[in-house]
Design a protein. Structure first.
Length: 311
């Protein structure tokens, strides 16, 4: 194919497609799991806890013929504090200036008013629109057919895909549909780049995931994690990571640390396994726990953690 050089060092091939694909939906619809399935590796954290995703996470998928920048967003929901409001703003902002919006709906849960509200936000966007019925491994054929009919009534779609990110079924079909809807354009990112998130953010999120999965409904929303220092010892092939887990109350600090430090030790062990796979090296992970009272109600604190639109 003929290649031309664009401004800023980007390269364009004739017929090459590129653009942004935003994943939106209610909390726990399966957006982050889908992103990981598309990328073939774990780069976004997942759990059954609402507000698991706090960053507008971008992954870059480059293949022959197209480059797709996939934007994972916080689940749209009725906010109960400043953090929730900030996450909703971030998710809605992700609908602006994108090429494709993928509405992700959980096939195992009836489509309701929350989904209708999300679709109403999507309708404002001029982007192409795909309806994704996720978690098809949890439903039978009759349930999926009913969900498809309900989704079709929500609004006009340029495409509809029913898939399971857990099993991988039809994930590639979604990629093909999204790529087809992208406009022609240059490759904006290097072909070996998989995300634009700073490494410190990914590391902090991997630690937070282990806390969410360990404590479930006890303290998850009060948790914020920040990496204070990262260094690599080339001689020992060892990455040293120092991170702080922030909570809002002393009682929560005690829960996270656990009896004789057992809980925080286990969190470190679980997180280190993922981090060693991510970094491709041995990892020394030092975790401490601090109290930052009512940080979720303080917009400035929220943005210091890198959450929401102010990040």
């Amino acid at each position: 194919m003929q290649q031309n050089q664009e401004e800023g060092g980007t390269s364009r091939e004739e017929g090459f497609r590129s653009g942004f694909v935003t994943l939106v939906g209610r909390p726990n619809a399966g957006k982050s799991t889908l992103l990981n399935a598309i990328m073939g590796k774990k780069i976004a954290i997942t759990s059954n806890t609402v507000q698991t995703t706090r960053h507008r996470f971008r992954a870059v998928l480059t293949r022959p013929g197209f480059q797709m920048i996939i934007v994972d967003t916080p689940g749209l929901h009725k906010p109960h504090d400043a953090l929730g409001e900030e996450l909703n703003v971030s998710a809605c902002k992700a609908l602006e200036d994108v090429d494709v919006v993928a509405f992700v709906a959980d096939s195992s849960k009836p489509i309701g008013r929350g989904d209708e509200w999300v679709v109403a936000q999507i309708a404002r966007s001029r982007a192409k629109k795909i309806c994704v019925l996720s978690k098809t491994d949890l439903v039978n054929a009759a349930q999926l057919s009913a969900q498809r009919e309900a989704a079709e009534r929500l609004g006009p779609w340029d495409a509809m895909v029913a898939l399971s990110a857990e099993t991988g079924k039809n994930v590639e079909a979604f990629v093909e549909e999204a790529a087809y809807l992208l406009p022609e354009g240059p490759a904006w990112f290097p072909p070996d780049m998989e995300t634009d998130q700073p490494l410190e953010v990914i590391v902090a999120e991997f630690v937070r995931e282990k806390i969410l999965r360990t404590f479930h409904d006890e303290v998850p929303h009060a948790i914020g994690v920040r990496v204070e220092e990262m260094e690599y010892d080339k001689k020992k092939d060892l990455a040293r990571i120092y991170a702080v887990v922030y909570v809002e109350r002393e009682s929560q600090k005690g829960i996270i640390i656990g009896k004789k430090g057992a809980a925080i030790k286990q969190i470190g062990i679980d997180a280190r396994a993922d981090l060693e796979q991510l970094l491709g090296t041995r990892v020394f992970l030092d975790l401490s726990v601090k109290v930052k009272k009512n940080w979720r109600r303080d917009a400035n604190q929220i943005r210091r953690f890198g959450y929401g639109e102010g990040a």
